[in-house]
Structure formats: C-alpha cells, structure tokens
Design a protein. Sequence first.
Length: 89
Amino acid sequence: MTASLVAVMREGLLLALLLAAPLLVAALVAGIISGLVGAFTQIQDPAVALVPRVAAVGAAIVLFGPSIAHQLETFANQLWPLVVTAGSS
C-alpha cells in the first residue's frame, strides 16, 4: 500500500508541475517582454509590468484550461478507486 501511495503522490506532483508550466511560461514571457519595453522606454510604473503578466496568465488559462481540466479529471478518475480501497482497509 505504501508503494502505491508514493507512486500516486509522485504522479500528482509531476502533474501539478506539468499543469502549472503553461501559466508560468506565459507569465515569464510577458514579464520579459514588459521588462524590455519598460527598459527601452524608461517607464518605471509597476502596472506596466503587472498588467501584461496578468493578461498573459488569463489568456493561458483560457487557452490551456480545457486541457488542464481534462488531465485533472483523468488523474481524479485514477485516484478515486485508490481512495476507496485505502478507506476500506
């Protein structure tokens, strides 16, 4: 039972990293671009850096949301039988 629990935890952590990656990459790219624009124009307003990152993460959620939801649903469908098995023993 312990080996299967470790395997499920490892799979869950890897899935969390995989699902967060598109959002983090979008925020990173938007941050780099807005930082470059801020450096070229010498605008030091924090909103210039924040607004593009928020917009990029929002767009990434809209774009990758169905895929993320499908992968979470698949993982949950694999996880629930293990939860029932662990709860009955």
